[in-house]
Design a protein around this ligand. Structure first.
Ligand code: ZN
Length: 322
């Protein structure tokens, strides 16, 4: 019998981190500087571990290597997706990620397209999303001259907002923001600007100006993902974005709701509420902060309760056998 794979993620300490992963979600954070939970991750820098069933104790990267049938026998060296929760109490550095071609050529790792669901935001909190330069020359000159406030594009955010951040998009999460991030499983980041901050020893963090100029999309265009909404009784299922790498959905569950798999496997993160997952007559408790994968052997399931969930399935790029 196929079972869902409930996952225990990996907490990452960051200088800009806070205590909300502990306070809001109850994760066993050892400090008040926890920046990220790598919730559904097979990345070597923090793979999640299965906490139930016959695969209990196995990491997700082990399952990807040894039990590819759980993932529809998809090809690929690395599990393609990474789901994180991020708690920023300080501004993150301004950064940009390469696409797959540039990442593989220069870093030996895939590029990164990502998207953000804003879980929580303080009043007036803002992100950096894109820039105002019209040409590469202008972009380069404004960086050289340190014209950061004119160059960077600031956007106010609130809980429930969603941002699609394709590779090549300049971006930064600002202080007072908590997000769920769905992204390609990659750790390649080019830092453009770090607010001239120094650590206790007076050192700045490295910047990657030339790479950033190489990979940034100029001029910036706001991606407008086509969103679709489906109502099932009082439940609302919204597709937030669909692209070559992933499809991300928001499930507002208010009553017993049937699902059919829309990809080889499904990544699920419970952000609010509680309820039940029903598969083949078995039932599993769902609570805020849980993350799990519905593997390839399960094509139908039901969820009931009062829940807000962000779910994702791998895109066509990661689905070469289909
Ligand atoms: Zn990023």
């Amino acid at each position: 019998m196929s079972e869902p794979l409930f996952l225990k993620g990996v907490l990452q300490e960051k200088i800009w981190g806070g205590d909300k992963l502990k306070k809001e979600f109850g994760y066993p954070s050892p400090s008040n500087k926890t920046g990220e939970l790598w919730a559904i991750s097979a990345h070597k820098n923090g793979p999640a571990t299965v906490s139930n069933g016959i695969y209990e104790g196995h990491t997700l990267d082990e399952l990807w290597k040894e039990h590819r049938e759980l993932f529809g026998n998809q090809e690929g060296e690395v599990f393609p997706l990474l789901t994180k929760i991020i708690d920023a109490t300080d501004d993150l550095s301004v950064q940009v990620h390469p696409d797959d071609a540039y990442g593989l050529e220069h870093e030996g790792e895939l590029g990164k397209t990502e998207c953000w669901y804003i879980i929580d935001a303080e009043e007036e909190a803002e992100i950096i999303f894109g820039h105002h330069a019209q040409t590469k020359e202008e972009f380069t000159r404004m960086i050289d001259e340190g014209q950061w406030t004119d160059l960077l594009r600031y956007v106010k955010v609130k809980a429930g907002d969603f941002f699609y951040v394709p590779s090549g998009t300049i971006h930064a999460i600002g202080s007072g923001i908590m997000i769920l991030e769905t992204q390609q499983s990659s750790d390649t980041t080019y830092r453009v600007y770090d607010y001239d901050r120094t650590d206790d020893e007076g050192n700045t963090r490295p910047l990657h100006i030339q790479q950033s100029i190489d990979v940034t999309t100029i001029p910036h265009t706001d991606p407008v993902p086509a969103q679709t909404i489906r109502n099932v009784g009082d439940s609302t299922l919204t597709t937030l974005v669909t692209n070559a790498f992933f499809t991300v959905q928001k499930w507002m569950i208010k009553e017993r709701t049937p699902f059919t798999a829309e990809g080889a496997y499904t990544l699920v993160s419970v952000l609010e509420g509680s309820g039940q997952l029903m598969i083949d007559g078995s039932s599993y408790n769902l609570n805020k902060g849980m993350h799990f994968i519905i593997p390839s052997g399960i094509s139908r399931w039901e969820i009931e309760g009062d829940l807000m969930i962000i779910a994702s399935v791998p895109g066509k790029e990661a689905d070469q056998l289909d």
